[in-house]
Design a protein around this ligand. Structure first.
Ligand code: KG4
Ligand code: ZN
Length: 339
């Protein structure tokens, strides 16, 4: 179905960011995110605090998204929300709000899979080149690490995934070992820019096929740091840039080895990345270089569409709107959800 005047309000509340966006068809009019700083002092996301903070943030965030878009709620065509995966208490805040608003305005309600949204964010219209089907997507976030064969908007196959920690956890847990605050991923990225990626060598895990494992790397880093600290208590402070660069280099090599294998086994040379960890500058550079090095066509999302945001929920909402794929208010949130 084509409709040139579709205004979608999208709500994302799966983890610790409360986000709302307004889209006009496939274009983003506003994209507002309220980060919950409360978790930093606990070294990770505290689910109960996250859901309480969502309750406080959701009205002002949606209000800001509508105002920035210059769209009144009466003009909205549909409401899209994250159904899962995520923290149940957090998801419920977004879904309850979306359901109430769709009932009050008498407009369709659209449920969105958060991991599909990280992939389909590439279809937000910004004059950029879009992937064509089929393509491969590497989704890397705090909760997921997957290689997905994307056959169509809603026909996706996971062909590889982590058997333990997600790559975002590998960044965050390594950062914690180095004494850095949560979330450590962006800080490892920042220090890595100043360090030597070959300064220290960490063994890469041997996992068959397209699957990943990151828990061994975290343990290797822990033992390495403990040993070095015995020799020199200031080892981490004195070598922070080199340690971060070496950790990041190892993680990128693990990801690229599997991506190369995925391209070789599927014959698909279009590779997109998505999810919070795709904000990493090392990963972005390496993937961009892969175009020349391996003849791939690569797709790297705009920075604001990497970490959790509602614009990506809105673009999936728009695609589902075109298919008239709507839910009733009895739709349930799901902590785990498959494609
Ligand atoms: O997609 P996301 O915002 O939330 C989840 O759905 O999990 O991803 C958050 C993850 C965190 O682990 C965070 O440390 C990581 O993305 N991250 C980064 C960077 N920016 C965010 N990791 C490495 N380098 C970055 N620049
Ligand atoms: Zn995410």
């Amino acid at each position: 179905m084509q409709n040139s005047e579709v205004f979608i309000l999208a709500i994302e509340s799966s983890c610790d960011d409360t986000a709302a966006a307004v889209l006009h068809n496939d274009k983003v009019l506003s994209n507002v995110v309220a980060n919950q700083l409360i978790h930093n002092q606990y070294g990770g996301v505290v689910p109960e605090l996250a859901s309480r903070a969502h309750q406080q943030n959701i009205v002002p965030v949606i209000d800001a998204a509508l105002r920035k878009a210059n769209v009144r709620k009466e003009q909205l065509t549909a409401i899209a929300f994250t159904q899962g995966p995520g923290l149940m208490g957090s998801l419920l805040v977004g879904s309850s709000f979306a359901k109430s608003l769709s009932l009050a305005l008498n407009i369709p309600l659209i449920a969105v899979n958060h991991m599909q949204a990280h992939i389909l964010a590439h279809f937000i219209e910004e004059g950029n080149e879009k992937p064509t089907f089929p393509f491969l997507a590497l989704t890397i976030s705090g909760g997921h690490t997957q290689i997905v064969k994307v056959n169509d908007f809603f026909d996706m196959e996971i062909i590889g995934e982590t058997t333990d920690d997600a790559v975002g956890e590998a960044f965050d847990k390594s950062a914690k070992i180095l004494g850095l605050p949560y979330p450590g991923g962006p800080l490892v990225d920042k220090y890595a820019k100043l360090g030597n990626p070959k300064a220290f060598a960490f063994t890469k895990p041997k996992v068959p096929g397209l699957d990943f494992s990151f828990s061994g790397l975290k343990t290797a880093i822990l033992y390495f740091v403990q040993k070095k600290k015995l020799e020199n208590p200031n080892f981490v402070e004195e070598n922070l840039n080199d340690i971060c660069a070496s950790i990041q280099h190892t993680i990128i090599e693990i990801l690229m080895d599997k991506l190369k294998l995925a391209v070789a086994t599927t014959g698909i040379k279009q590779v997109a990345i998505g999810g919070g960890v795709s904000a990493n500058s090392g990963i972005r550079n390496t993937l961009a270089e892969a175009e020349k090095k391996y003849g791939w066509k690569t797709f790297i999302p705009k920075f604001e569409y990497t970490t959790d945001n509602a614009a990506m929920i809105g673009i999936v909402g728009y695609q589902k709107f075109l298919l008239q794929n709507f839910e009733t208010s009895s739709v349930v949130s799901k902590a785990r959800i498959q494609f």
